[in-house]
Design a protein around this ligand. Structure first.
Ligand code: T6T
Length: 314
């Protein structure tokens, strides 16, 4: 009998990875702690991690909190640290709240690799690997600019402040929108990673400013809810939506024409790079402190071609 904490989900099943991935049987064990379980971004990352771990001959145990919430992720970190893995790959859910638990992991001799999100002081980690989140946020504005060259009111729907990735995306977007006086920036609103809340925020924003021309949604759940809110308001022909991430539901919304562009990450590459850095650290080999895995823009024009490879697994 396997006991599961109500606050976490232990991913003992294999995600829908295309390659033959799984846990290796060599020496060493790695823990992967997701930002939240059931998120296609982290499922895709898990695929990369499992494939790389198998090649390296180490086992992987994957767990994630049921919500993207440091009060739920911290106890998982504490119990993983107590089990003394060789390395922890983790997407910290908050730059400040996860600092002390991960500093404790590092102090206990566990190699910490930050995958996706980071910390206020990432020096406790041997390596930090993430997309170019600030650049992706700026590119999201460029896409809105191309879709609505006349300008207008634009809004950002994010997750929560303190999520390093989403904060960097918003910063990149804000810098870009500030440089074009044709656009009137309405600011950022936080959906707490809940699509229903994102939809509610968008409905209220459209009731207040019925002439909004563009919305940038800073991650999967914000984007899914933003598209729902715009569709429910019947404004899909007026409001251009650019969303970060490329989960299957987001791609469906792109194909339906509710969403115009997706800024896709490469979570599987973040995962494989994460294992490589962890193995280097475990074996006292040189590590790379910071790795950027970029981003790719998916539109209706490339989703059946070059863009298809960037769609996340579920
Ligand atoms: O956007 C990704 C990830 O990069 C971010 O840190 C949290 O949200 C996602 O997992 C998408 O839901």
């Amino acid at each position: 009998v396997v006991a599961l904490s109500v606050a976490s989900v232990s991913a003992m099943f294999l995600a829908g990875c295309s390659s033959d991935s799984g846990s290796g049987g060599g020496s060493g064990n790695i823990a992967f702690i997701q930002g939240v379980s059931g998120d296609e971004f982290y499922i895709s990352m898990q695929c990369g991690i499992e494939a790389a771990a198998k090649d390296a001959g180490v086992t992987v145990d994957t767990q994630g909190p049921v919500k993207f919430d440091p009060t739920l992720q911290k106890p998982i970190v504490d119990s993983v640290v107590a089990s003394r893995p060789s390395a922890i790959l983790i997407a910290p859910t908050d730059v400040a709240a996860m600092q002390a638990p991960l500093a404790a992991a590092s102090k206990a001799g566990i190699k910490v690799v930050l995958v996706d999100t980071t910390l206020e002081d990432p020096s406790i980690a041997v390596s930090s690997i993430s997309s170019d989140n600030k650049g992706g946020g700026a590119e999201a504005f460029n896409a809105i600019e191309r879709l609505s060259p006349a300008g207008g009111k634009v809004l950002v729907i994010s997750t929560d402040p303190g999520v390093s990735t989403a904060d960097a995306r918003v910063a990149g977007f804000e810098e870009a929108v500030g440089a074009n006086p044709a656009f009137d920036y309405l600011g950022v609103q936080y959906s707490h990673n809940d699509p229903a809340e994102a939809a509610r925020l968008v409905s209220a924003a459209l009731a207040k400013d019925p002439d909004i021309t563009g919305i940038f949604a800073a991650n999967t759940f914000a984007a899914e809810g933003t598209a729902t809110g715009v569709r429910q308001a019947g404004k899909q022909d007026q409001v251009k939506i650019v969303g970060f991430d490329a989960g299957p539901a987001q791609v469906k919304q792109l194909r339906e024409g509710t969403v115009q562009a997706l800024i896709a990450q490469q979570p599987d590459t973040i995962g494989t790079d994460g294992v490589a850095q962890a193995m280097a650290a475990i074996n006292d080999q040189p590590v790379t402190a910071d790795i950027s895995t970029g981003f790719h823009v998916i539109t209706a024009d490339n989703i059946d071609g070059e863009g298809a490879q960037y769609v996340y697994k579920s």
